[in-house]
Write a protein that binds this ligand. Structure first.
Ligand SMILES: Cc1cc2nc3c(=O)[nH]c(=O)nc-3n(C[C@H](O)[C@H](O)[C@H](O)COP(=O)(O)OP(=O)(O)OC[C@H]3O[C@@H](n4cnc5c(N)ncnc54)[C@H](O)[C@@H]3O)c2cc1C
Length: 602
């Protein structure tokens, strides 16, 4: 018997209502003032229902079945995907944050994140389709070709059409600027460009449940400079369409291959040929050579989305493991292990299994609060006219997003692996759900900018924003929280966190000195350990905030298992996870350059 799907609603509610007070903060805004706690609770209940009844039932079957491609370039998605899409579209779940006039529910971004979290836990592969469609819709809505952008965005937001993001080519993965795809004006003054080239690894490159598909394609116009500055963005439909969106003839964008992969098998990963056997028409989005700027506008959001996927799969893995561990009987307690007649106990009684479960629980929840916090920041910025405050929030988000994307996705994979370990041999077996979670979650550290690229972005750009002032402000804010928490009785935990923050600051200074001294490769050799130092500290601060709120609530409402575990979670984090930050910082400042020695791979 496999383990049932379960969502820890109490944890989601603790983070949303108690920790972040999202309902109160958003309640003060004009845009979301009418949404109250009851509405958010009802929405969460519905999200959990859809996840349990609609999405989770197609998770394992979709993984086994995968997608199929026919010779005309049409994809067949796994059984049940079409019905699930229609249910999601009818419920407004394709893009819950989309404006109501576009068929969305008009929810704040943080609710989208909650949706991502719960739906992604139920079926990550399926959620690739709405995730990319919503992202494409937002680009088209904001920058799409004037005459049709609202109509096309509406079709995407409502789920009538699907959307994709087409950056990657065989010679242009992390190095987006090496894109070779060409876009040539038709010369007929009709706004049409002809696209030629091939894009690979395109998620949702085709499907069998939407009327049309809008590909957003990065390509180079004639005479454009090399590198990212020469790239423009184009809207390329699968079928041509009229002003009302009625689909017409087939356009020359065709799927010519499909990948057989390690995970997310229900998500079609396609090779898309543009203009290979018939002309491929595209319309400019934004202006020529603005492509990368437009993509970057979406990038932060997409990276938070991938960190959100990690929250989803990490929590799914934890919830499966904790259920299994409290039911699986194996051996007796340590005190009785010599007694062959001693009562057999569940594996959740064994200290090492408890250690694994607590590690998963604490990390999955601190990841959740860190990622929801960024989404809430986005909502507060978009509803406030206080430019100075908005700038400060946006600067901090910019700094933290690569840390969250990389640290959460690395941890998500580790947590899934720990879940397999908790199950023992059964974890390795396809009948149980955690081996799929492990396979599915691996891609999160690779796409949307590999985690190595996130570390480059952090060190090479984000740390240098306003000459390091944003990082310094973040450090000061963290120290101020520690001061408050120390006065609330968390002295020892704050002392440990303070030490780790000091090490993070020291590591940053060390790398700054290396770079200023022209030792660029040695500095970037430590980019990932530096990001990890930052990530461990960041989630440690989340554990502290969770414990502070829990302690206050215990005083107000009395103790509950959830509140107690939040207080204990901080102790666990400080003792078991935080030392990792000090260790990573030691690596950063070690001066070791052995991996750069030219002889080592000869
Ligand atoms: C399942 C799946 C779905 C995908 N979906 C999409 C999609 O919808 N749209 C899309 O456009 N793309 C998509 N991709 C592509 C994905 O974004 C790329 O695979 C990713 O950007 C990495 O590019 P690459 O595979 O060419 O690896 P490479 O760029 O070759 O990287 C290989 C390794 O080298 C490292 N590396 C490369 N350059 C540097 C550098 N300068 N400094 C340090 N390290 C470096 C990387 O971190 C990585 O570890 C998808 C990929 C997969 C597998």
């Amino acid at each position: 018997m496999s383990t049932p799907f379960r969502v820890d609603v109490d944890d989601v509610e603790f983070v949303f209502f108690d920790l972040l007070q999202a309902d109160r903060l958003l309640g003060d805004t004009e845009e979301y003032g009418e949404l109250d706690a009851d509405t958010y609770r009802a929405t969460l209940n519905e999200i959990v229902r859809v996840a349990t009844e609609v999405l989770h039932p197609i998770n394992a079957s979709g993984d086994r079945e995968g997608c199929k491609l026919d010779s005309d370039g049409n994809i067949t998605t796994p059984k049940g995907y079409g019905d699930a899409w229609r249910t999601m579209a009818e419920g407004g779940w394709i893009a819950p944050a989309a404006p109501i006039e576009h068929g969305g529910v008009g929810m704040p971004r943080i609710v989208s994140l909650v949706t991502n979290d719960v739906f992604g836990a139920a079926c990550m592969a399926f959620m690739m389709y709405p995730g990319l469609t919503a992202a494409a819709a937002r680009i088209v809505d904001a920058f799409g070709p004037g005459a049709t952008n609202k109509m096309v965005a509406g079709k995407l937001f409502r789920g009538d059409w699907g959307g994709t993001m087409c950056l990657t080519e065989s010679g242009a993965g992390s190095s987006v600027g090496d894109n070779r795809c060409k876009a040539t004006p038709s010369g007929d003054d009709d706004g049409i460009y002809h696209l030629e080239g091939e894009k690979i690894f395109i998620s949702g490159g085709d499907n069998d449940f939407t009327e049309n598909i809008i590909h957003l394609v990065l390509a180079r116009t004639p005479g454009a400079p090399e590198g990212t500055k020469g790239l423009s963005l184009f809207m390329v439909p699968k079928f041509m369409f009229d002003a009302e969106g009625k689909s017409g003839a087939r356009n020359g964008a065709k799927v010519v291959g499909i990948e057989h992969k390690m995970g997310i098998n229900g998500s079609a990963t396609c090779t898309l040929a543009l203009g290979a056997d018939q002309p491929c028409a595209g319309w400019l989005v934004g202006k020529e050579r603005e492509g990368i700027t437009l993509m970057f506008k979406m990038m932060n959001e997409a990276r938070v989305g991938v960190a959100g996927q990690a929250v989803a799969t990490a929590n799914a893995a934890y919830n499966f493991a904790v259920q299994y561990a409290t039911e699986r009987v194996q051996g007796s307690t340590l005190q009785n292990f010599k007694d062959a007649d001693a009562k057999r106990v569940t594996i959740s009684e064994h200290p090492d299994v408890r250690r694994m479960l607590m590690t998963m629980q604490v990390l999955a929840s601190t990841m959740r609060s860190a990622v929801y916090r960024v989404a809430l920041g986005h909502d507060l910025v978009s509803t406030s006219s206080d430019e100075k405050a908005n700038e400060a929030i946006l600067d901090e988000m910019d700094l933290l997003i690569p840390v969250l994307k990389a640290h959460c996705t690395d941890l998500g994979f580790e947590i899934a692996s720990t879940a397999v370990q908790v199950y023992g041999g059964y974890g390795f077996i396809g009948e149980y759900p955690v081996e799929q979670v492990l396979r599915d979650s691996k891609i999160q550290s690779i796409y949307e900018g590999t985690n190595g690229i996130q570390a480059l972005d952090l060190l090479g750009r984000k740390m240098r924003t306003t000459s390091g002032a944003v990082f310094m402000t973040w450090m000061q804010k963290a120290q101020a929280s520690l001061k408050e928490a120390t006065a609330e009785g968390f002295e020892t935990q704050c002392a440990a966190l303070g030490k780790a923050i000091g090490q993070l600051g020291g590591a940053a200074m060390h790398l700054g000195q290396l770079a200023r001294g022209g030792k660029i490769d040695p500095a970037f050799l430590q980019a990932v350990p530096f990001l990890k130092t930052f990530g461990v500290v960041l989630l440690g601060l989340e554990a502290l905030e969770q414990a502070r709120v829990a302690k206050r609530l215990i005083g107000e409402r009395g103790e509950s298992p959830l509140l107690k575990r939040k207080v204990l979670g901080l102790d666990f984090y400080v003792a078991n996870i935080l030392p990792g930050a000090v260790a990573y910082a030691k690596t950063v400042t070690s001066g070791d350059e052995s991996a750069l020695d030219p002889s080592i791979f000869e």
